[in-house]
Design a binder for this molecule. Structure first.
Ligand code: SAM
Length: 288
């Protein structure tokens, strides 16, 4: 049974890390005109009301999107941040610094989809799916109710020459790490040029290491690993950071992510006693 609801976490530090990498990847890929099919295997409900009981209970967005918004004048010199802030502005009508809504990955991608592109998203939670479909398709892409890991495999190869997949599970049970590794291996066997983004949480139990090890040994493609450590690990529970793998990363994306997120790191010092850290490395290099 699915119990995870992203409304408790929307706009948190992990979403900022994940969504900036997503936008940076799309903008790089769109430097060529050939069509892209975007897949979002775990879509969520698409739009999040930050004034509702879920968001207010955790207040996580205050340490994510709100911190970024406070630094907008410094960040918005970069096109990826400009897209992020204009997506926020489109759904927040109040004064510049007050957030009411947060657009999830389907909305962020839909904003950038070009005439020639395709956009398919999957959601398995019945209520989240219903809320997603209640929005207009130009804000969400084409929505499919079902398991996104099986669903994406059924759609391969896409009709477009290029493919970008975001795989962003909640990892509610530990088997999901293995299921993600198996799905990514199959995607890369069928579409060896696919660009795939895989999000994972940094938790003391470190279950993501199984996922990393499997992908490093099973894939032939280059894999960039980007981790945003917003606080120190302590105790046995609690997420302390956000991880993202970029398989077949677009050219220069590593340096671009660094430039995008570096100005945000000091903002975590007053909250957690030390600046956040961005740690990036190659899990597999080209020609390894
Ligand atoms: N990608 C979204 C974003 O960035 O805005 C957030 C997604 S949230 C972390 C994960 C979502 O996956 C939840 O809404 C959950 O209901 C859904 N989910 C869980 N298992 C799934 C599955 N096997 N297939 C599709 N969706 C699933």
């Amino acid at each position: 049974m699915l119990s995870y609801q992203h409304g408790y976490h929307a706009g948190n530090a992990a979403d900022v890390h994940k969504h900036l990498i997503l936008l940076a990847t799309i903008l790089r890929m769109q430097q060529k005109s050939s069509a892209i099919h975007y897949f979002d295997t775990h879509a969520g409900k698409g739009m999040y009301d930050l004034r509702d009981a879920q968001a207010q209970k955790t207040g996580e967005y205050l340490h994510g999107v709100q911190l970024a918004l406070n630094l907008r004048d410094d960040l918005a010199t970069q096109p990826q941040w400009q897209h992020y802030f204009s997506a926020l502005a489109a759904v927040n009508q109040g004064d510049d610094n007050t957030l009411e809504f947060y657009p999830g990955s389907p909305a962020l991608v839909a904003d950038l989809t070009r005439e020639q592109d395709r956009h398919t998203v999957f959601e398995l939670h019945p209520q989240e799916h219903q809320l997603l479909t209640a929005q207009e398709s130009r804000q969400t892409g084409y929505v499919i109710y079902g398991d996104g890991l099986q669903g994406i495999l059924q759609q391969l190869p896409p009709k477009t020459p290029r493919l970008l997949a975001l795989i962003d599970p909640a990892y509610e049970n530990k088997d999901e790490y293995a299921a993600v590794a198996t799905t990514v291996s199959k995607i890369m066997q069928r579409c060896r040029h696919a660009v795939v983004l895989v999000w994972y949480p940094l938790l003391p139990a470190a279950r993501h290491e199984e996922l990393l090890q499997r992908l490093a040994t099973e894939l032939q493609q280059p894999i960039l690993q980007s981790e945003f450590h917003y606080k120190a690990m302590s105790g046995e529970r609690g997420m302390y950071g956000s991880g993202m793998l970029v398989i077949n990363p677009p050219w220069q994306i590593e340096a671009e992510i660094e430039t995008l997120l570096a100005p945000l790191l000091p903002a975590y010092a007053p909250i957690y006693g030390a600046p956040a850290q961005l740690q990036q490395t190659w899990l597999r290099k080209e020609n390894d």
